[in-house]
Design a protein around this ligand. Structure first.
Ligand SMILES: Cc1cc2nc3c(=O)[nH]c(=O)nc-3n(C[C@H](O)[C@H](O)[C@H](O)COP(=O)(O)OP(=O)(O)OC[C@H]3O[C@@H](n4cnc5c(N)ncnc54)[C@H](O)[C@@H]3O)c2cc1C
Length: 490
């Protein structure tokens, strides 16, 4: 059988499941999750779905399933949820010092009016009330992270109480091996004891988040040359800068300087967040701090509609920048909330007061002498050059390491069906992926502006359209998709 023949692999997986005795039924969930689905009996170390990473992305498809009445079907396949962290739910989200670029309401929407009572109650807790108080505004990510941790705990309980579910926190997945029958073997390692075990799964969801490996900065050109090793002694990456320790340390160093100059490389929300946090933290510093943002693409601002943009005097958009579903201007690519405040100032939009402590420099292709001058003169360089997916080593059925597309700079982990793709862009049967930097580009049916060519990393989309699409595919792959859902899974 061809390694990349999805249909044949799916049949093998189905026959693996069919070989098991199909006698078990119902969910041992204290009678609260009402719908029951008959489940095939499986050996203790065999699961229908292994989810690697219990962060916001790993949970998102389960939350989409819950909202759409499919959670019992997913749980009936036997879910194993694994994370090297000790608490499920928040991943790295709560580590950042900034506020969200999505509204507080979107964080609550995964539990509000959920048909699963164990999730619905989470919309009423004191913590949820605290989040709800921010309403349509942004919310501190630390608070959003705590909410996601409550959601994670509830979901982990639902999994653990399902007939063949298991949750393994404090456990790392070290490697994945493709079996001859199309299923997968995963090596799990207890991060404290180092004890290892192997489990078998029909399909895998890789939701391992992303990293900012310093090695990338030795190759990615900025103004014609890489940032490393040239700026090694004054460089920090955005992820570290925006986390509590990194921020405290860096701001202390800047505060001790006479007239600190900061160069921020990148035009993303993270880059704007870094700038805004510095300006706030060094408010009143004399002589004042100066921040230069070196960005490649023109900056764009989110508006809830064409009229709102025009009323604000913002005209840098055309039809291609308007989402056909929502009417939003720059729905995916525009700055929102706190970054938007600064973007309006920098672009001189509406009544936004100028920000004399900051300037913009649009990077030129090739050798950009002005960019080099700014970087050379800076006391601190913050690299906001995005993330790359954190991968788990994957071996094919011959035991050879399987090269992934994502190992090449700029290429995604997944295709538009959230299937993990090999270096030759072929989907790897039974391997799906979701999460930060996995490179998912939503199809036009999910909305967004046609001019947007980036990837979407928002939780709301993962918990709704993307998560639901993924869940249907996972259920279809294992032969557990209810017939009434089949039309949607194609
Ligand atoms: C600065 C910043 C701000 C953001 N703000 C928002 C926002 O306001 N709104 C929004 O919707 N999105 C936001 N995002 C995007 C996204 O929602 C978050 O980055 C989110 O934390 C991503 O979730 P994740 O599950 O992909 O990754 P993570 O949060 O990193 O979770 C990955 C999990 O996988 C585990 N893991 C990794 N490897 C293994 C392994 N081998 N074995 C076992 N476990 C493993 C980790 O322990 C971790 O728990 C933001 C992103 C950044 C960087």
């Amino acid at each position: 059988m061809d390694r990349y023949d999805t249909r044949n692999a799916a049949q093998s997986v189905r026959s693996l499941a069919a070989a098991c005795d199909s006698s078990r039924s119902g969910n041992d969930t204290g009678g609260r999750m009402t719908e029951t689905v008959s489940t095939p009996k499986q050996p203790d170390n065999t699961f229908g779905l292994l989810i690697i990473g219990a962060g916001p992305a790993g949970l998102a498809p389960l939350l989409a399933a819950a909202r759409n009445g499919l959670l019992p079907h997913v749980l009936s396949t036997g879910v194993l949820l694994v994370d090297r962290a000790h608490e499920p739910g928040a991943g790295r989200l709560g580590n950042y010092i900034i506020t969200s670029d999505s509204s507080a309401d979107t964080f609550l929407s995964c539990v509000r009016n959920s048909p699963v009572p164990e999730l619905a109650v989470l919309a009423e807790t004191p913590l949820a009330q605290e989040v709800a108080a921010y309403g349509a505004d942004c919310v501190p990510l630390e608070l959003a992270g705590r909410l996601m941790a409550e959601v994670g705990k509830a979901m982990a309980n639902l999994i653990a109480r399902s007939p063949h579910g298991r949750v393994a926190m404090g456990t790392e997945v070290d490697r994945l091996d493709e079996n001859v029958d199309g299923s997968w073997t995963a090596q799990l390692r207890d991060v404290q004891t180092g004890r290892t075990e192997t489990v078998k799964a029909a399909s895998i969801l890789v939701a391992t988040g992303a990293t900012q490996e310093p090695a990338r900065l030795q190759h990615l050109p900025v103004g014609g040359a890489p940032l490393l090793p040239r700026y090694e002694n004054k460089l920090i990456q955005s992820d570290e800068f925006l986390s509590h320790d990194g921020f405290a340390r860096t701001i202390a160093a800047l505060t001790a300087m006479d007239s600190p100059k900061v160069a921020i490389v990148g035009g993303s929300t993270s880059a704007m967040s870094c700038a805004r946090q510095i300006l706030i933290a060094l408010e009143g510093h004399t002589p004042p701090v100066h921040v230069t943002l070196l960005h490649r693409h023109p900056m764009t601002i989110f508006y809830p509609g064409r009229d709102a943009a025009h009323a604000d005097g913002y005209t840098s958009f055309d039809e291609r920048d308007i989402c056909a579903l929502s009417g939003f201007v720059h729905r995916f690519g525009g700055f929102r909330f706190e970054s938007r405040i600064l973007a309006r100032q920098l672009l001189g939009v509406g009544d936004a007061p100028p920000e004399p402590r900051m300037s913009l420099h649009q990077l030129q292709e090739g050798n950009d002498a002005e960019a080099r001058r700014i970087l050379d003169n800076a006391d601190l360089v913050i690299a906001c050059l995005g993330y790359r997916p954190a991968a788990v080593p994957i071996r094919d059925r011959t035991g050879a390491l399987l090269p992934l597309a994502a190992q090449e700079e700029g290429r995604p982990l997944v295709n538009d069906a959230c299937e993990v793709i090999a270096a030759d862009a072929t989907p790897i049967p039974g391997l799906f992926g979701i999460g930060l930097a996995c490179g998912y580009r939503p199809p036009i049916e999910m909305g967004g502006e046609r001019s947007f060519s980036g990837q979407v990393n928002g939780l709301w989309l993962w918990q709704n359209d993307v998560g639901l699409m993924l869940i249907r595919r996972l259920l279809a792959y294992s032969g557990n998709l209810p017939p009434e859902e089949a039309a949607h899974a194609a």
